[in-house]
Design a protein around this ligand. Sequence first.
Ligand SMILES: [Zn+2]
Length: 483
Amino acid sequence: MMQLPVVADPEADNDWLLYTLDVLAPLTGLAVRFSLVAPGELSGSGPALWYGVVPEDPGDEVILIPRRPEFRPGKMQQVEMACGSEDLDAILIYTDTIDPDAGSEEISFDLFYNVFAYVSCLEEYEQECRLGPLHSYALRTGGNTDRFDRPYATLLARGVAATITRKLTTPPSPVDAQPALHLTHDVDLIAKKGVTRLKEGVFRTANVVRSLFQARFGDAATGLRDAMRMIFGRADYLFIDEMAEMEKQYGFRSAYNLFSGVRPSGSAAARLRHYLFDPPYDPSTHPVLPGILQRRAVEGWEVGVHFAFDVWRDAERMRRELQAVERVLDCRHTVTTCRQHWLRFSLAETWRAHHAAGIEVDTTLGFNDRPGFRAGVVSPFRPYDHAAGRAHPLWVVPTILMDTHLFHYGNLTEQSAREAVIDRLLDEVVHCRGEAAVIWHTHVFSTDHQWQHEYRYILERMMALGMASRLPSGVILKERSDD
Ligand SMILES: [Zn+2]
């Protein structure tokens, strides 16, 4: 592992910079670590990144990066950068970070601060401080939402890697990482209940109305038929084994996030929210669900916890739910991974609570209403604790796609349009040699949904693209083996 110095003013606010350099190094795809040094500590003009300071005698192996850690929400523009592929990538960065005096051959903007702003979800965090948590709706974010279209932080890391490789006489060697997906399933429904008919009926009727407004009358008629079947028809909703068997055909495994069944004891409003929004099942009393999951756990599938709608900042309730899920598994499986139900999530509070409750890997970081890259990263990483000025002591696997993105929110009525979204996202993971999660709910192989074709399409594309399937808990195992 090559140590590459980053020279910066030791008097400046460097908490965020230290964090950024730690996150950035593995994203470069090079066997490199960055160490922060003061200008006086560096002898000679050897290979180094000079950040906001300029050496007296810049040698050929010096890379200059302007220091302009400023941004205005939404004020972004594209710059072209060589990120390792044949073509230049167009990277969306904050306009205020551009140094008008930088030479055209050099990195002309504050690359580190842009990486930090992406990875730490800085714009979202500032918005949350003003208005409260977004609970994972991209529509509620301010600014330029194009920033979620591509993994820009990872691309910036690839850009700095390309510069390092070009400039250094003996550059660090590339790390050959196999791109991978974490196939994950949130167990929201295992039987069709009255509340299911109501909620899904509303979603589908809304899409019928949308189709009518767009004068897509054929789609509206199909949508209406589906909505009626959803509201009035009968259907089986338990497909955990069918999904696992499909994955097995490709040599893949996946992770299930199980609701604990723990009921809230609070107010009538809390009980109503539980009725309306929590998964309507209790695994501990279900006749077959514990057995199915125990068998899968023994065979190497993973079970994580799917925290209740209201449980997104309360570590004590999280711990109770986590232990309830472990009891369902008959203690054959330690639960260390999770996803928030409905992606209910606060940047300031949820990860703190997760860590206090014993969670080591969270896969919540994604959006309810669109696919994409919420933190601009397409790899597991340690998220930033803005209040403490350092990394949270847990891992995040970003989620880039959920089944409902294609069917409900996107209202993509053509199979080819849904496949195109899958293609675009998987190509991005491969392009960055990255790793990210997708969500396919366990009930959507039902006759009400019939979303199995797209799931199989993902598995087939993974095979064709040489992607691995990984499990969230594997991030911890990998960290231990790297140490
Ligand atoms: Zn859920």
